[in-house]
Design a binder for this molecule. Structure first.
Ligand code: ATP
Length: 270
């Protein structure tokens, strides 16, 4: 069960080029996570400690996991992902045990990047958690904090986390020496949507009429994950119609379908 709770990727293949928009966010992640691993001497020369932990926050499907994977790729670090929900366990001590295992594994595999997704599952304000396993969740969070407090900022293990519910977080995890660098990852704007669509259609056979700017305008409100689904679905429309080329109409039909699916009970694309 322990192995299943973590996703370990010795060399993730996501690069910064795979990420649409988020230019300034990428720069911030590079500065806070990549530079300390690739150029520790810069921090030594100036005499400052790099940030302890980096928290990515913002709406779902916007590329937070991609950012963490890309930075692992560019530092040749092992990517170790754990979902916060996995740390919420029934049995006493099980969550804390997992946290210890997580940090132990990272040390064995260094350079390594620990990525805790949905950290709010274990680090919400007390008043907001109404579960009966409350005390146990609290214990798991304390274990996480103590691992971070005993952590060497100059070492070769970096910690990142992500949340869609920043407002729910217990401020204790944001103190200096813990998640002390916050990076907001927003929904894509027009320009970012056009870029994300370009990235996800790179391998597709497209009609010449394809106008990314128009598609970006017509997909306002869709996040990166939904835009990716849109490109796949557009391809499906072309196939159904026995065509090898994907047209603007295919993208528009795909958009209609996505919106319909989102409004119905059918499982949506994630
Ligand atoms: P969640 O909060 O739901 O875990 P997330 O912000 O971590 O979401 P990712 O898992 O990084 O989102 O993105 C999911 C998928 O959506 C990616 O695998 C990618 O295909 C697509 N995607 C999301 N954002 C972007 C982006 N900025 N550029 C390109 N693709 C994106």
């Amino acid at each position: 069960a322990r192995a299943q709770a973590m996703e370990v990727d010795a060399s993730p293949d996501i690069t910064y080029e795979d990420i649409g928009g988020l230019e300034s966010e990428m720069r911030e992640v590079q500065e806070a996570v990549e530079d300390p691993l690739n150029h520790p001497e810069k921090f030594e020369a100036v005499g400052v400690d790099p940030p302890s932990g980096v928290l990515l926050h913002g709406p779902p499907g916007t590329g937070k996991t991609m950012l963490a994977k890309a930075v692992a790729n560019h530092t040749d670090a092992t990517f170790i992902k754990m979902a916060g929900s996995e740390l919420v366990r029934k049995f006493i001590g099980e969550g804390s045990r997992l946290v210890r295992d997580l940090f132990e594994l990272a040390e064995q595999r260094e350079p390594a990047i620990i990525f805790i997704d949905e950290i709010d599952a274990v680090a919400s304000k007390r008043t907001d958690s109404k579960t009966s396993g409350d005390a146990e969740v609290q214990r798991t969070m304390m274990q996480l904090l103590s691992e971070m407090d005993g952590f060497d900022e100059r070492g070769e293990v970096r910690i990142m986390a992500a949340t869609n519910r920043f407002d729910m977080l217990d401020r204790a995890i944001l103190r200096p020496g813990r998640f002390d660098r916050l990076i907001e990852v927003p929904e894509p704007d027009n320009e970012a949507r056009a870029e994300i669509l370009r990235i996800h259609t790179e391998e597709m056979t497209l009609a010449e009429e394809i106008d990314y700017e128009a598609l970006a305008r017509e997909t306002e409100g869709l996040n990166g994950a939904q835009l990716q689904s849109l490109t796949t679905e557009a391809g499906m429309f072309a196939i159904r119609d026995d065509r090898a080329t994907v047209t603007m109409d295919d993208f528009r039909s795909a958009r209609e379908k996505l919106i319909e699916d989102a409004n119905s009970d059918t499982p949506a694309y994630t």
